[in-house]
Design a protein around this ligand. Sequence first.
Ligand code: SAM
Length: 324
Amino acid sequence: MISVPAMLFDLIQAPLRWQVLNAGLQLDLFDRLTDGCDVAELAASLGLDQRRLMVVLDALCAMELLDKQGCRYQLAASAAPYLRSDSDRSLRPMLQTLPLLRHADVLAVLRGEGAETPPDLSDPAFWDRSAASLRSFHRGMGVDLMIGLLESLPEWPSVRRVLDLGAGSETLALRIIDQRPQRTVTVLDLPPLAARIAGAVDDRVRVISGDFNETDLGGPHDLIWASMTLYFARDLTAVLRKARQALAAGGVFVSLHEGLTRQKTAPESHVIGRLVPALRGVNVSFEHGQIATALRQAGFAEVESRQVATPFGLIELDVARGEG
Ligand SMILES: C[S@@+](CC[C@H](N)C(=O)[O-])C[C@H]1O[C@@H](n2cnc3c(N)ncnc32)[C@H](O)[C@@H]1O
């Protein structure tokens, strides 16, 4: 556990880390430095002062995103998959859009200064605009974790038909099918994001375009996966009941959402990550046990819940089985 003085001192540095990374993104440094480059050459090509550029490059080295050899800087091998724009696992679309939602002058927002337009998470166009960011999150970090969680289920080896509710991208569906081509995956998402997903898959993936509050979920499915999407259920129990009815006998429903504890003050990653949207009036987090309770109310006989440590914070995994 980090001491309070150490934590407070670290907070002085924390915003600078983001700003240094952001400078690197804006200047396209990570693509420019993929094969290494001399600082004088780089400064000339960017029209920047060499001394100042070196200060920023050294900071990126301190953050282990670049390597330095004399006056030559190169993108670090461990960072390259996530920071090169041409990499399958590039996190750049996420890094360039998520901060627009998460960062703000907190004091100004708290004081109600400036024209604040809250993001409208119920607007399908909002999710369509988030498509590149979601795909990048999935490819760069999310889907590895999700596949690991699916593989931890005893049912997984026998699962043939999967529904990904509020999928956000085709990435998980394609990974599931690549693992075992006999599987079929249906993804459900709002139009126009669903149309975008349909354009990125072949006939191995079925796409349902609609709102899960109203649309038929198809089926029967052996497994229904719902990750960070159930906030948009108008009646959570009703949506979960509909999901239960769309499962085959012996089917399993899996939810991955945060579960806030300590009177909604933990885990820190979620409380801080969703602070600015919450200040602007958009507060969608679930509390610990809320989904498990709704799953039981929806008629599932058995609900198993556990906390999962992820690179984006502690998340609650709820696995529901059986008829109530
Ligand atoms: C935060 S993203 C989560 C994406 C993905 N499941 C994940 O865990 O990364 C929320 C997703 O839910 C979808 N969504 C929001 N409201 C929905 C609704 N009423 N019906 C279907 N999908 C919805 C959004 O379009 C988006 O793809």
